[in-house]
Design a protein. Sequence first.
Length: 381
Amino acid sequence: MLKNKKLKILMLSVWYPSKVSPGKGTFVKEFARALSLFSEVTVVSPVPVSGEFQGKELPFINDSAEDGIRTILAYYKKPVFFNLLKGLYYFTKALKQLLKSSYKPDVVNAHVYYSALPMLLIPELRKVPLAVSEHSSAFISKNGIGFIRGILAGIIFRRAKVILPVSLYLKDAILEFSGKIPVEIVPNTYDRLLFNTSARKDAEDGKTHLLFVGSLVPVKGVDILLKSFSLLKDRSLILDIVGDGRKRSEYEKLAVVQGVAERVKFHGFLTKSEVAELMSKSNIFVLCSRTETFGCVLMEAAGAGLPVVTVRVGGVPEVVNESMGVLVKPDSPEAFAEGIEKMLSMLDKFEPETIAAEASVRFSHEKVGEKLADILRKQLY
């Protein structure tokens, strides 16, 4: 009987969308939505705030339902130093408030190892089974995770019943910290009701559009993308760049230097719905990151039926296969331009419905949510 009941899953994450940062940790929210199809999910997350926030006095805890999921966000004023410690304090405070209301989780699912830190400080949670879903690119960075964080990751991982990296690439990177704890891959997930082929249409200008979605930071390789775009033979192509970040002004200047500014549009941050709308009238999705643990936007683009040109780095080849797009070597504008030219020459061979079906069967809420729920249930029985 107990094995058939919906488990109470407490999801902890230091990354989660909020009114302060609506684009932060959207992939964690997708996990919560997927898991909520099979379990009763409660999310708790700390939210650092710089400056004023909607005229409200900080700190405060917002307890509400989002997409039918109880979501508790602890807003606090971000300090100049020691944000991790202050965030941990309010994270723990929100959890204690939840537990005082007689809430008792069956399993804790922490997204990113240090999201589980409050469990070490709250006696009521120490005996609750812990599953750590790992996304952090720190494990695969050139400088490594660092000595202190490495020790912390080891402590948290050894406290867990199971560790769930989003890709085989990330799994290989965390094995030295996980000891003998079981490690299973659970990929990221997307909303196929939002990203699908039902609304596909041609762009209003009748031109071929390439689309990039991501943060405008060095690791995403937008500089490589702009240089490769300038090498393409067809001068009627349009490049749409969605996202924001500290390098935006630099990339806007680079577009001018490369002579493509008139054909490149910087859209800034867009909501998921707005991204889905833009995908529906784009022709090719492009991503030339310097590294990726997974590449969530790739599966969303595929879900929308977009063929992909991307790079063979990190967990990307685990997301994009030959039926979905073209992969090229990284860090090379010339190679990326060749990949785009190749895609343009065979664009009619990529059927949107086929691409979308491949994404759905591997990464939909239903598929990933069921797998994650089954793994979490096994921690109890």
